[in-house]
Design a protein around this ligand. Structure first.
Ligand code: DAH
Length: 393
């Protein structure tokens, strides 16, 4: 095994010269150059190059310095000229060898180190490296398909964007909510039948807690209204997108988890006109400037008066079609003027119902996305089927 032999060879050291005859000079010159060549050939990596350079060129005790000291400076006057020529020639060769090896390491270093372990000759190593790094620029590239927003998130962002443009802030709140925020502070009194409309999922094992502290999965984003008013004194204008949960069996129009965007605006002198103008504008932005809106009396515990909002069918323009179930109108959201009973819970934070008024609204994102994109099964949003999703890319 040749490279075992190489490892075992003693490391070259610069001898003192016994005499300065031509013979001695030639022999020692040859020994030094052999060592230089052999050591240089071993250098494959940056680290080895640094060691090689230091060993031969280091100012303090490199071989170059040593031949100057031991051979030239030690020589008596008479042969010094001849020794000087020999040493100068050697110094140049040492410097050249280091420079050449540095350029070799730059070019072949890494693969050289690997191939060296396999005793591949340098020329062959070079060929292999070129082959490995050659590039067929005519090959087609690797196509990376772009991700895209999910249609629900896209619709949510679109709605949030519409209100941002009106100067609304964006907030959020917890999905695990207390009875107090989800119900009581929104004017659903304890044990009142209005709670039955919410198909609530409660967290188990909380019988020992007072009712208002019991935890549940929020059934709507409305609890963030009270949380917002606790944190910010009036005026506020806020939209709150988020996930909500209901104890519903999944079918084409229901999902136990879905998304809503909540809105809240409270200031002095906010009226029903502000509510109607704001939502009319928002619906025109969302469905096209051709749609009309109309407000129907409704009921929510936390608004008084309350309304359901309908838009004229953006598909048929109100003539009647499959989307609007031939009625010409589509129900899109709930809204109303914030009930004074809700303000009572945050009165100490500046929400005296005698001083301020406001409106609130809430909409289901999936429902709006289904209308907009004419999707007839809500489950398609959650199945992750790429054939469905890539239509929105
Ligand atoms: N939270 C209601 C629901 O989930 C939606 C809603 C209706 C929110 C009227 C409101 C509102 O803020 O004013 O059914």
């Amino acid at each position: 095994m040749p490279h075992r032999d190489r490892r075992q060879r003693a490391l070259y050291t610069v001898p003192k010269l016994a005499d300065y005859t031509q013979d001695t000079l030639t022999r020692e010159t040859q020994r030094l150059l052999d060592a230089l060549a052999a050591e240089g050939a071993e250098v494959k990596t940056e680290e080895q190059l640094r060691a090689f350079r230091d060993r031969w060129l280091a100012r303090k005790n490199g071989i170059k310095t040593q031949i100057n000291d031991l051979w030239l400076k030690a020589a008596p006057m008479e042969p010094r000229r001849a020794v000087g020529q020999v040493v100068n020639g050697l110094v140049t060769q040492v410097e050249d060898a280091v420079t050449q090896r540095a350029s070799w390491v730059n070019t072949y270093g890494l693969i050289g180190a690997v191939l060296k372990e396999q005793d591949v000759p340098i020329e062959e190593a070079r060929k292999q490296r070129f082959a490995a790094e050659s590039l067929d620029v005519t090959l087609p590239g690797t196509r990376r398909s772009l991700g895209a927003e999910h249609p629900v998130i896209r619709t949510m962002n679109e709605i949030v964007g519409i209100f941002r443009n009106l100067g609304y802030s964006v907030g959020d709140g917890p999905e695990i909510e207390s009875d107090y925020y989800n119900f009581e502070s929104l004017n659903f009194p304890p044990n009142h039948p209005s709670r039955d409309t919410q198909d609530t999922l409660f967290l188990a094992g909380q019988e020992k807690r007072p009712q208002r502290e019991r935890l549940l999965l929020r059934t709507h984003t409305s609890p963030v209204q009270v949380r917002t008013m606790e944190k910010h004194a009036p005026p506020v204008r806020m939209v709150i997108p988020g996930k909500v949960h209901r104890h519903d069996t999944a079918d084409a129009t229901h999902s136990p988890i879905f998304h809503q965007v909540e809105g809240l605006a409270v200031d002095r002198n906010i009226t029903l006109c502000d509510l109607k103008g704001t939502l009319d504008h928002a619906m025109k932005e969302l469905f096209g400037s051709g749609v009309k809106t109309r407000f129907f009396p409704s009921f929510f515990p936390f608004t008084e008066p309350s309304a359901d909002v309908q838009v004229s069918c953006f598909k048929c323009g109100g003539k009647g079609c499959r989307i609007c179930k031939q009625s010409g109108w589509i129900e899109v959201l709930g809204c109303g003027m914030v009930d004074p009973n809700v303000f009572e819970f945050v009165k100490q934070n500046g929400y005296d119902p005698a001083e301020v008024s406001g409106f609130a609204f809430g909409m289901g994102i999936e429902r709006l996305a289904m209308l907009k994109f004419e999707i007839d099964d809500i489950q398609l949003f959650y199945q992750g089927d790429v054939r469905f999703l890539e239509q929105f890319a």
